[in-house]
Design a protein around this ligand. Structure first.
Ligand SMILES: [Zn+2]
Length: 211
């Protein structure tokens, strides 16, 4: 649930003020142009919606956007940071953008006043943009597979350790393990069970010949 502080104090001061007074006025985060400051744990309710024991106070995560009294560039940056925080919380809880509400929805108070003046849909779009950006930052399955494939290919290109070279030469000469057919032995690559079975069958054949 979005609020504006209707004040010109930074987030740190808003939270410090909330923590030292005993009034039933509280919120979870205050966000300014530099940071988001948390004042309450998210499993505690805040008193911010003016709806008594209604869903606003009981269930809302309340975010106060700072510097709304005078507005300007400082407020614009605070709003952008609040949008980022909203996007991250939605993502963290697996919620859609439909979970974002404003104080006004609960008791009619014209809050967040400056965000509403500038356009509520515009703010929702800010959150949507940040949310989409977070989605892009997540790796896809294909990207993870590419990282693994690149790692395995990198292993294959590593040279044999000196101590292993005579054994590799011996295996190649006897045709027990010959590599990929293009002369690449891939000495540091992993062996699969099917490749091991081939080697085992060849060894068994050679042993039979010796009898
Ligand atoms: Zn409010």
């Amino acid at each position: 649930m979005i609020h504006n502080t209707a004040n010109d104090a930074p987030a740190e001061n808003e939270v410090a003020y909330m923590l030292r007074n005993t009034e039933e006025v509280s919120f979870h985060f205050a966000v300014d142009d530099r940071e988001a400051v948390q004042g309450l744990p998210l499993d505690r309710n805040a008193w911010a919606a003016g709806d008594g024991t209604g869903p606003g106070n009981m269930q809302g995560i309340h975010i106060e956007i700072c510097y709304s009294l005078s507005g300007g560039e400082r407020f614009a940056r605070s709003e952008a940071n609040a949008a980022e925080l909203c996007a991250r919380l939605l993502k963290q809880y697996g919620w859609g953008l439909g979970k974002i509400t404003k104080h006004q929805d609960y008791n009619g108070k014209y809050c967040p006043h400056r965000t509403l003046d500038l356009g509520w849909e515009r703010f929702l779009q800010l959150v949507r943009d940040k949310y989409d950006k977070l989605e892009e930052d997540d790796m896809t399955k294909a990207e993870v597979e590419k990282i693994i494939a690149d790692y395995l290919a990198g292993l294959g290109k590593k040279n044999a350790s000196g101590w292993a070279e005579p054994a590799i030469a011996d295996c190649k000469a006897r045709g027990i393990m010959v590599g990929d057919g293009d002369g690449n032995f891939w000495p540091q690559s992993f062996v699969t069970r099917q490749e091991l079975a081939q080697v085992a069958a060849k060894l068994a054949g050679l042993t039979d010949q010796d009898r």
